[in-house]
Design a protein around this ligand. Structure first.
Ligand code: NAD
Ligand code: MG
Length: 396
């Protein structure tokens, strides 16, 4: 029986994870669930899976959860704050940690799981974008197993030879006859919207993704295609390759989740419904397979598959991220921080959709050549970039 910790249990990925695990009670037991706030949702989840531990980032919420659990007759121990999340992520009894907190808030808990040599299922792409090299060094140094949950990276992983999958740290694309990773993306809700109307894009329009149901931040990132940019950087680290080895391909139907091109002309693709429960089930069972609640793909009901290039005028954030990836670790840390501030401002109605790119571009320009390798330097650059982005927002 594998003991599972779910960081970010109440989010979109957290709920999908619980839905997959519910089909396999004989193989997986939930040791701990965590969330930021939102007591009632976490309470419901605790009542369903009766974990030994729960944690909430917010201490007032944690106290409320503890009281409600007691009234319900559960013995679940409740921890709080970042220290509580870190303690559960690295708990000695945990085998598998689902890292599904959104944004930089997930970094320290995810690193704690890595440092304890856990099997880490990575949804929290921002953690890897912020710390790439350091993160991968820690995976190697502590013997952690890192499995990608992001559907594109999970697809690429599935299309790699077993020997590569088992040694993603040192294996090189060249060694396995791989010429390119083809990272697919739907293009989001604004693939065909006239560019001169982008200034009027509302929050409701931006979070309404045509194919995927996700949290608010990643939904906005999908609309700007910063999500694909973050994924580009994520792929560079997960698969030990360089920016030149990765090509972004727009595939609006979201059935092909990414591909690997080999030097003999073969292209391997992973296909499936746009439903995160497939990559989640894959990673929990790897290298075996388990069932998931996702219905099988019915080829006779599919539309045709189409492909196109990502237009730089429509998706400038994608190109910023590709530039940052080439520039280095400081640039990717800064861009991620800027984007988190900008997207939060957009969601709060304080910044236009186009404003997200303006903030991101100004911050990247300012911090492009910064280098940040140690964790303290990375966290300091993250803080400095956020302060600069907020100044830009205030100036308007
Ligand atoms: P979400 O907003 O639905 O959920 C986020 C979770 O993190 C919630 O449980 C929330 O309580 C918790 N959280 C937020 N801030 C926190 C903080 N400061 N401290 C502790 N916990 C905090 O987000 P999501 O869509 O589930 O995405 C989670 C991560 O997975 C993101 O990094 C996202 O990019 C990635 N991802 C999501 C999808 C998807 O389909 N939703 C797909 C691929 C990758
Ligand atoms: Mg993705």
């Amino acid at each position: 029986m594998k003991q599972v910790v779910i960081l970010g249990a109440t989010g979109s990925i957290g709920c999908s994870t619980l839905s997959v695990l519910a089909e396999h009670p004989e193989q997986f037991q939930v040791l701990a669930l965590t969330a930021a706030t939102g007591v009632d949702k976490l309470l419901q989840q605790c009542l369903a899976v009766r974990p030994r531990f729960a944690a909430m980032q917010d201490s007032v919420a944690a106290a409320e959860l503890a009281t409600k659990l007691k009234v319900a007759g559960l013995t679940t121990e409740v921890l709080s704050g970042e220290a509580g999340l870190v303690a559960l992520a690295g708990h000695p009894d945990a085998d598998i940690v689902m890292a599904a907190i959104v944004g930089a808030a997930g970094l320290l808990p995810t690193l704690a799981a890595v440092e304890q040599g856990k099997t880490v299922l990575l949804a929290n792409k921002e953690a890897l974008v912020m710390t790439g090299e350091l993160f991968m060094q820690k995976v190697a140094a502590h013997g952690a197993t890192l499995l990608p949950i992001d559907s594109e990276h999970n697809a690429i992983f599935q299309c790699l030879p077993l020997a590569f999958q088992q040694n993603t740290q040192q294996a090189t694309l060249q060694q396995f006859g791989i010429s390119r990773l083809l990272l697919t993306g739907s293009g989001g809700p604004f693939l065909t919207r006239p560019l001169d109307t982008f200034e009027q894009i509302t929050v409701a329009e931006a979070v309404a993704h045509p194919n995927w149901s996700m949290g608010q931040k990643i939904s906005v990132d999908s609309a700007t295609m910063m999500n694909k940019g973050l994924e580009f950087i994520e792929a560079r680290w997960l698969f030990n390759c360089q920016a030149a080895d990765i090509q972004v391909v727009i595939h609006p139907q979201s059935i092909i989740h990414s591909m690997v091109q080999y030097t003999d002309g073969s292209v391997l693709a992973q296909l499936g419904q746009p439903d995160m429960r497939t990559p989640i089930a894959h990673a929990f069972a790897f290298p075996s397979r388990i069932s998931s609640p996702v219905p099988p793909l019915d080829f006779f009901s599919l539309q045709s598959f189409t492909f196109e290039q990502a237009d730089a005028a429509r998706y400038p954030n994608l190109y910023l991220a590709m530039d940052a990836c080439t520039a280095g670790q400081g640039a990717t840390t800064a861009l991620n921080a800027a984007n988190e501030v900008a997207v939060a401002a957009f969601l709060a109605g304080k910044l236009s959709f186009n404003g997200i790119h303006q903030i991101n571009a100004s911050c990247l320009n300012r911090f492009l050549t910064y280098q940040a390798h140690a964790l303290d330097d990375i966290l300091a650059l993250d803080t400095e970039t956020r302060a600069y982005a907020r100044q830009l927002l205030e100036r308007g």
